[in-house]
Design a protein around this ligand. Structure first.
Ligand SMILES: [Zn+2]
Length: 196
């Protein structure tokens, strides 16, 4: 089955992923952790959660890469036939073709994708669009809060002064630029108010 767990910035998606992966590994199941190459915030292979959990990805995939072929290669390197469970962090950065490939693979294994639904403009990412089309289980990871205490639903790009940015390229990773991302409620995202 293909699963899509989506949540806003600060909803502890990655922590949820890492805890679930830990439980599967404890049972001795064959688990792969995958991340798209575009996300380099915490180092190329590291999957990092704001609450402090982190792990090293078995596989880092570029947008043109076949995840199926790379997993088969990796399984062969580790002398077993194939993985049983695949966890993917920052799944919004997958390409449409990669998600379609995951959907085909999910006949015979469980693939858990965690990511954002929309970008800082409120537009879908290609990976999340495809996951919303094709995932058999779609669930929200709750817990993200706006500064006002309401549920955060909108990913927001802010500059160093805390000003809300509504225009620009879809993907700007925050360790390369003077920006950061926060979750806001719909009202405060729409009005562009990032703090009280
Ligand atoms: Zn708010």
């Amino acid at each position: 089955m293909l699963y899509f767990y989506y949540g806003v910035m600060g909803s502890s998606k990655t922590a949820q992923l890492l805890m679930k992966r830990y439980n599967y590994r404890q049972l001795g199941l064959k688990v792969a952790l995958v991340k798209p190459a575009v996300d380099t915030r915490a180092g190329a292979r590291v999957v990092f959660s704001r609450v402090g959990l982190k792990a090293e990805a078995e596989l880092v995939v570029g947008p043109g890469h076949s995840i199926r072929e790379q997993l088969l290669w990796l399984a062969a390197q580790n002398a077993h036939s194939d993985y049983q469970y695949v966890f993917i962090d920052e799944a919004q950065f997958l390409s449409e073709r990669q998600v379609e490939e995951l959907a085909e693979m999910s006949d015979r294994l469980d693939i858990f994708c965690y990511g954002l639904k929309t970008d800082f403009r409120g537009q879908f990412f290609p990976g999340s669009t495809a996951l919303l089309r094709l995932a058999e289980v779609i669930e929200e990871v709750p817990g993200g809060l706006c500064w006002c205490g309401k549920k955060a639903t909108m990913n927001t790009r802010v500059d160093q002064q805390g000003r809300v940015i509504k225009e620009g390229e879809q993907v700007l990773i925050d360790n390369q630029t003077a920006i950061r991302y926060i979750g806001l409620c719909y009202e405060h995202w729409r009005k562009g108010i990032s703090h009280g």
